[in-house]
Ligand binder design. Structure first.
Ligand code: 3HC
Length: 287
């Protein structure tokens, strides 16, 4: 097993809770933090529901579930991250908020060789590293939703990330979590979102222009290309606020018209129609 035993997760949203779950299932000691008690409890419930689903699907025994749950701790106090070997930041895709988290972690996490990782989809790791006094230990570890199901982790070194940090982060993702790692340069969108986001935006534009219906666009890609879900359902799964934020980071970096968020996406986010997590996006999830 890798030297990483104590993991901290900042953010208990869709991604943070998934990363916490797979880490606890892999036998690690996990502390999860959120900005307030309500967000923390929502995250804890999401993790518990996912464990129940795994038990129901016979992927986990009840004993394994109980053991994994006992390795998870929740707190709103970042000071409890002092003894962590690795922290994964997984808050919303907001650069200023992420910079503040990295500055705070730099002060709190005691071991000088602890790794501070970000699950960002698009914000430069270099900027996050420079918010700390230890950019050699800052790295991107980008997971995919749903984290317990999808095998991929993108590993993103900044210009200053050390080889030791990369080796330890790779060992954590592959050896401990059993994920498949691909490496990307530190550019907005990395590998997967650089390909995926223009596709999702094109589907939204297609629907917005009246070219085809939501269902027909999705059925086209499911039945015509064997994708597990169509682009509009996938945008709902990712969260339309996240799709918008990633598109905007990519546009800021490259000024490529393909990356501009279509007006319909902007209006849906304004309206709070964020996809599955808000029960409504391109589809209705109330029932
Ligand atoms: N947690 C745990 N297990 C889950 C799960 C979850 N949230 N969701 C689904 N599963 C498991 C199910 O238990 C089931 O397992 P089984 O086949 O062994 O019984 C399996 O996954 C399939 O689930 P379902 O039968 O319920 O549903 P589907 O077959 O429709 O699969 C899906 C659901 C796994 C979400 C599949 O549709 C899929 O892979 N979709 C594409 C997701 C994708 O592309 N994600 C990447 C988003 S991009 C991203 O995250 C990056 C960010 O930066 C934007």
């Amino acid at each position: 097993m890798s030297g990483i035993q104590r993991v901290g997760i900042v953010g208990a949203g869709l991604m943070g809770s998934g990363i916490a779950e797979v880490s606890a299932r892999a036998g690690l000691d996990v502390v999860v933090t959120e900005v307030n008690q309500l967000a923390l409890e929502t995250g804890a419930r999401r993790i518990e529901k996912s464990f129940e689903r795994a038990v129901r699907g016979q992927k986990l025994s009840e004993q394994e579930r109980d053991a994994a749950l006992s390795r998870l701790r929740y707190t709103t106090n970042l000071d409890e991250f002092a003894d962590r070997d690795l922290v994964v930041e997984a808050i919303a895709e907001n650069e200023q908020a992420k910079l503040e988290v990295f500055t705070a972690l730099d002060k709190v996490v005691a071991a000088p060789d602890a790794i501070l990782a970000s699950n960002t989809s698009s914000i430069p790791i270099m900027k996050l590293g420079m918010a700390t006094t230890r950019p050699a230990y800052v790295v991107g570890l980008h997971f995919f939703n749903p984290v317990p199901v999808l095998k991929l982790v993108e590993l993103i070194p900044s210009l200053l990330t050390s080889e030791e940090t990369l080796a330890a982060a790779t060992d954590f993702a592959t050896g401990t979590l059993g994920k498949t790692v691909i490496r990307s340069q530190d550019r907005a969108g990395f590998v997967v979102n650089a390909l995926l986001i223009p596709y999702l935006l094109s589907a939204i534009r297609m629907m917005e222009s009246g070219f085809a219906s939501v269902e027909d666009i999705d059925n086209g890609m499911v039945h015509g290309c064997s994708h597990p879900m169509g682009p509009l359902r996938l945008a709902d799964l990712i969260g339309l606020d996240t799709v918008k934020a990633v598109a905007e980071s990519m546009y800021e970096e490259f000024k490529e018209p393909l990356y501009t968020a279509p007006p319909l996406l902007l209006r849906m986010v304004d309206a709070g129609l964020l996809g599955k997590k808000s029960n409504r996006g391109f589809y209705d999830y109330q029932s």
